[in-house]
Design a protein around this ligand. Structure first.
Ligand SMILES: Nc1ncnc2c1ncn2[C@@H]1O[C@H](COP(=O)(O)OP(=O)(O)O)[C@@H](O)[C@H]1O
Ligand SMILES: [Mg+2]
Length: 272
């Protein structure tokens, strides 16, 4: 589905990504891991069209999409999770879902607001879809809460919900588990799995939580110092000497297979 072909990216003198190639197969939940500074987000940003690579190509279903901006990729069914824009924290969860434009990316705030006027009059198709998303993600009980009152985990679920309001079937997730408590992490994991199995979504996931990666992803690709150093299942990667060294060299923040401390159960946010 996505083919990353010998992609490199330099920022000034710094080579953040060096000749990386791998594929994200249709129907897979492909993982991308590596210590901090490995170049994972840079690679994601290249695939998502935020900036072009210095060299190399990105193909989507065999077509060259290198350097296409996010809204063009969106039309071809590729999105990355939206960070909830600050501007929408004073809208409810339901409203945040309603304003996701089906035909373009959410980056154009002005157009989104124009659409908001239209959406308010309503469009039962949009409302049905919103209800479906709320139910699917089990966040119906916070539908009328302001998005700004949600916990970190609930915001991540809303992020996923916003991608579900589009017709995109290829979704890039950058650290869906970051700052999320155990309970909500389980929900996010289930939502990703069910979107994959029941609704045909393909995912490429960057994540530091190895439990989440193990539970979801096959294959997993490992980057270190801008390079792809290994690929395979988490079981085989755990045994891989080069991978272990990359993590140990990367400092305590990215140790493999060790529990990262997680905040307890303060992540309830608006639980109604
Ligand atoms: N926009 C940028 N400008 C300059 N350097 C950047 C930029 N984005 C990332 N980098 C650098 O590229 C390297 C890889 O970063 P990043 O892709 O964020 O790694 P990861 O997501 O794996 O932690 C880092 O050294 C980082 O400082
Ligand atoms: Mg990153």
């Amino acid at each position: 589905m996505i083919r990353i072909d010998n992609v490199s990216k330099s920022f000034g003198g710094l080579q953040a990504v060096r000749g990386v190639s791998f594929e994200v197969a249709q129907g897979s939940i492909t993982g991308l891991i590596g210590p901090n500074g490995a170049g994972k987000s840079s690679l994601f940003n290249i695939v998502a069209g935020l900036f072009p690579p210095s060299s190399g190509r990105v193909l989507l279903d065999g077509q060259d999409i290198t350097g296409l901006p996010p809204h063009k990729l969106f039309h071809r069914g590729l999105v990355r999770t939206f960070q909830i824009p600050h501007e929408f924290s004073r809208m409810t969860v339901r409203e945040n879902l309603m304003v996701v434009p089906p035909g373009q990316s959410g980056e154009n705030l002005f157009k989104t607001w124009l659409r908001w006027g239209k959406v308010k009059q309503q469009d039962s198709e949009v409302l049905d879809r919103v209800d479906d998303v709320l139910k699917f993600l089990e966040i119906t009980h916070v539908a009328d809460e302001l998005a700004g009152n949600l916990s970190g985990g609930q915001k991540k679920l809303l992020d996923l919900g916003r991608t579900m309001m589009t017709d995109a079937k290829m979704v890039l997730l950058d650290e869906p588990g970051a700052g999320v408590n155990r309970t909500l992490l389980g929900k996010i994991r289930e939502a990703i799995l069910r979107l994959n199995r029941e609704r045909g979504y393909t995912f490429c996931v960057i994540e530091h939580d190895m439990d989440l990666i193990s539970a979801l992803c096959e294959p997993v690709h490992v980057m270190a110092n801008g390079e792809l150093i290994a690929s395979g299942s988490m079981e085989t990667l755990r045994q891989n000497e080069e991978v272990r060294e990359a993590y140990l060299g990367g400092g305590a923040s990215g140790r493999m297979g060790e529990e990262t401390p997680r905040q307890n159960s303060t992540d309830e946010g608006a639980s109604s």
